[in-house]
Design a protein around this ligand. Structure first.
Ligand SMILES: C[S@@+](CC[C@H](N)C(=O)[O-])C[C@H]1O[C@@H](n2cnc3c(N)ncnc32)[C@H](O)[C@@H]1O
Length: 351
């Protein structure tokens, strides 16, 4: 059979392998962006545009592939280049200028720095995690619990807290606008890390008294961040070990990315503690990448749940239907879901 006859008999198909290749190889693009953040490409370009040679020299890179690196960032839409060739000038694209300049208050690179340094290498062992059901992060080497392992190194602690803040900032700002805080006077954020939720909500609702509680290692970082935001009058910080202690009383209790760190029995224990600490008509507000009830659409939420395999002993992400069941079992009368930024939502349980 010659080539023409073969082509004639091949089945007509509209399927394309393009999406398979896109997703399969997307770690190239991901690691290029993470490395650019780590190398401070966007901070370097925040004040003025530079030629490729100037940028390469400022970043201390080898000449061999720096032009490929910069032009890849152009093609991905994170850099812009005026002109072609050696005299062309590189500058930040608008999103990079706003969110990836380390000196801007809107910097969200903390999460990407942590993704580069911790999550990227740990995800290399996803296969082992899936086979064993065991975490693949610092816990694997040290045998310590996640937060003990992270918090014993001050630099890792600070990077983790910046990472949490960068990942959640947009969601907390959306929550401050979307949820009706006007009905309440007091809020307690459980596992509040460096108090990003309290800061976003307090700025928007000056009448609200906030308390952000977390483990002892975190509290000085939270106090410093609140002072820098000029909100020390409105936001208090406190120490709480939610495994051992009951929650402080408040009309609104918030938990951002807390429940997904833990197994089902601990999730239910924490929801029960929130119920005990709230007055009638009080609200528990949980901010996570809530998976759609049919578990088909929210890829980020599902990937986050795989990340909980990599990062925790028994954690997993969940749907609104799951949360509704746990909350009503704890005594809450109703629940609702509020979309926040991108794949993240707040699920709210009313007492
Ligand atoms: C994934 S981070 C979420 C931080 C923040 N709420 C957010 O949404 O970005 C989990 C937080 O829970 C805190 N945490 C872990 N174990 C805790 C415990 N036993 N008691 C109080 N806080 C704890 C950690 O210190 C950390 O700040």
């Amino acid at each position: 059979m010659n080539t023409i006859e073969l082509l004639d008999t091949a089945p007509a198909t509209t399927l394309s392998p393009a999406r398979i290749m896109d997703v399969g190889m997307s770690f190239w693009a991901s690691k290029t962006l993470l490395t650019a953040v780590k190398l401070d490409v966007f901070t370097e370009l925040s004040t003025n545009s530079l030629t490729g040679a100037e940028l390469q020299s400022r970043l201390g890179l080898h000449p061999r592939s720096s032009h490929d690196f910069f032009d890849t960032l152009v093609s991905l839409g994170f850099l812009e280049r005026v002109g072609n060739g050696a005299q062309a000038l590189y500058g930040n694209a608008p999103e990079a200028a706003q969110f990836l300049n380390r000196h801007a208050p809107t910097y969200i690179g903390g999460l990407l720095e942590m993704a580069n340094d911790r999550m990227y290498p740990f995800w290399g062992s996803l296969e082992e995690g899936l086979r064993t059901g065991l975490p693949q992060n610092e816990m694997k080497k040290t045998g310590k619990s996640l937060f003990d392992a992270i918090y014993e190194q001050p630099a890792v602690l600070e990077q983790f807290l910046r990472g949490m803040s960068g990942g959640q900032m947009g969601n907390f700002m959306a929550l401050a606008h979307t949820f009706d805080f006007g009905r309440y006077d007091t809020l307690c954020d459980i596992g509040g890390a460096n108090a990003t939720l309290s800061i976003c909500v307090a700025r928007q609702h000056p009448h609200l008294h906030c308390l952000s509680v977390d483990l002892p290692a975190v509290v000085p970082v939270a106090a410093r961040t609140i002072a820098q935001a000029g909100l020390s009058e409105q936001i208090q910080v406190g120490t709480l070990d939610f495994m051992r202690q009951s929650f402080p009383q408040a009309q609104v209790i918030t938990m951002g990315n807390i429940l997904h760190d833990w197994s089902l029995d601990i999730k239910q224990m924490l929801i029960g503690k929130a119920y005990q600490a709230l007055p009638d008509n009080g609200a528990l507000v949980v901010i996570e990448n809530i998976i759609d009830d049919e578990r088909r659409q929210n890829s980020f939420g599902l990937l986050m749940s795989l990340n909980m395999l990599i990062e925790t002993d028994g954690g997993f992400d969940y749907t609104h239907a799951d949360f509704h069941q746990w909350a009503t079992q704890a005594g809450f009368r109703s629940t609702t879901k509020l979309p926040l930024a991108g794949p993240c939502s707040a699920v709210v349980a009313y007492k």
